[in-house]
Structure formats: C-alpha cells, structure tokens
Design a protein around this ligand. Sequence first.
Ligand SMILES: *Cc1c(COP(=O)(O)O)cnc(C)c1O
Length: 385
Amino acid sequence: MTLAELETLERRYAIPTYARSPVQFVRGEGVKLWDEHGHEYLDFLAGISVLNVGHCHPRVVAAIREQAAKLTHVSNLYYTEPAMRLSAALSESSLGGKVFLCNSGAEANEAAIKLARRHRPGGEIVVLHDAFHGRTYGALSATPQESKQAPFAPLVPGFVACEKDPDALRAAVTPRTAAVLLEPIQGEAGVLPLSAELLAAARDACDDAGAALIFDEVQTGMGRTGTLWAYEQTGVVPDALTSAKALGGGLPIGALVTGERLADTLRPGDHGSTFAGGPVACAAALVALEICSDEALLAHVARAGERLMAALSELPFVASVRGRGLLVGAELKGGVSAVDLARRALVEARLVLNATGPSSLRLEPPLIVTEEQVDEAVARLARLA
Ligand SMILES: *Cc1c(COP(=O)(O)O)cnc(C)c1O
C-alpha cells in the first residue's frame, strides 16, 4: 500500500492517539531501515530503544522462527522452557532474586507497584518529577506530568511526586513509604541522568524507612548505557528493577526482577497475565539478553556513545549534550525547534531520531552501530544547519 492509502485508513479507522511521521517502513536490517520506495534510512531511535540488537538480528529471527514453529502459547497454567530459562537468565544477570514476566514496560511497572503494596500494605509510592513510567493507570499515576495525567483523573491514590533533590527525597520517604520508583536516567523527559547524590539518598532513605527502591530500567537496561543495567554504574543496587523495550529483541515483553529480599513478596494468585512469558517472546529475549550481555559489545557502546556525544556537541545548533552510552540527548540552542529538526532529519536526511521536548533531541541507535555510522548520522544532521 502507498503511504497515502495508509493515511486514509488511519483517518477512518485508527483511534487518533499517535502523531505519526509521514514515512512507511517496510524492512529493517541492523541500523538500517527502508521505506516502500527503497530509500535507506539510518535508524538512531531503534524503535524507541527496542532494537538494541539491531533490526532483524539473524539469531533473534532464527529463535523466533524455531519457537513459532514449535509452540506459541499455552498460558501460565503450565510450564514452558523459554519462560523459566529467561527468568533464570534475568535474575543471574542482575539482582539475583525472582522474576515476573509480562508484556510491556507499563505492565512491568504495574507489577512493581503491586510488589511495593504487598511489601507495605497501603503504603505510598514516591516518584520523581519528570518521570515516565507508562500509560496504564498505575504507571500513569507514577508519571507526574500534568498533560498526561489531568485528562484521566481520578488516578490511583497513594503516589507522591518529589523534586529531584536529595533533601526533598529524604523528606518524602517516611515509614508510610512502600517504595521509591525512579529511572536512573529519565528517558522520555529528554535523557536526564539522576545525580549520584540523589540515587544514594534514595538508597539511604529506603533503607531507613524499610521501603523498596525500584529502578525502572525499561529504557536504560539491556546494554543501552554501556553496562547491561544502568544501576551497575551508579554505585546503588535497587531492591527490584523493571525491564521491557529492548528485552524482547523486537518482540513485546516486560519483566519485574527482584533482589532476594523481595523475591517471595508477591504470592500465588496476586498477579498474572495470559500472554506473560509466552514461549516466542521469551525465546527472542533469551537471545537478545545474551547478545546485550557481551562485554565487548558493552565496551563498544561506551566508546560509540562518547564519540556520538562529542560529535553532536560540535554542531552549530547544539547547546549541550547529555547521556550515557548510547542513550543520548541533545539540547538545541534557543529558537531551534527539535520537533522541526527531527522531522527534517527524517524527510531530508533519512535519519531517524526523535524530539523529547520542544528543544531536545534523543538519539538511541542500535548498540551495534559502527563508528562510521555514528559519524554519518552526525554529518547528516550537520547538513540541516
Ligand atoms: C517506554 C517506557 C515505559 C513504558 O513502556 P511501554 O512498553 O511503552 O509500556 C516505562 N518506563 C520507561 C522508563 C520507559 O522508557
């Protein structure tokens, strides 16, 4: 179908929740995407940090094919090998406790919120300004952004929004606090890393109050920042973390991973989901997790990220850059519209990235991006000046 035909169908049949860009993608491989005319694009968004292993990674494709031909679904009333193997791999790769599998980032945070409430019945969940934890009601209630929350009030009670300040956080965490939920680097807010002081204060305050510290690593995990999990670089170990986005190598899957202390907090019957831990998504995730755990790849992510940030900061319209590894935000100089620039990058330069605000761009290419592709992407941006 042509793009015009798709737009016609969208106008008539798709509930208009998305402002799509006028491009139809039909194929992807590694860091590249192709539209229906055969035009090639460099993908520096990776499906919003989903294709960390690159588009159609041959090992992921093979795992999906093999599992899809064998067994696609039986529900959690029975055992399947991919779900248990993935649970083991996720636990062993991080906090060492137990895993609840689900289907998305929002769902992973819903599970985390229920875990927190089981940990401290009736307790409050402290979240940070600018946070993004998802669009379902619990996750939305944990996302203190007026524009996203206000139309859908009343929200789930018991969420407390706190400034990103160590003293404010210490004051917000009390014996009534069930959990502090935070992103170590706030992705949707524009790639805003939290300070080491803030994370240390969160850890201390949770320890003092007996609250759970939960990291939302939906965007920062799976090697995105140069370590498999971003918490590894913070000096702070959370009591639980959530993962999704890149976990499935392109397929939808999410996970709540606990440390040992909270491993048996949720009990039989407390939570569940029909599709959770489905064999095909888990088979893909097992491969994606193994690829993203590779030390050589993670070292490459750190190097490529530094190269990308250095090159971006040289651009005449960039005021500052921030981020870690290949999770990068660029703040544009006054008057330059990030939305405009992202649209021009797509249409004129065939470079895929996105705007996280009126003046900030976000770049998060597949982790396998080469240094040449990093240079090429920045060169394409430079031509838009
Ligand atoms: C994307 C994202 C979510 C929501 O994930 P979905 O799969 O879209 O529900 C939650 N938290 C963070 C940090 C995210 O980046």
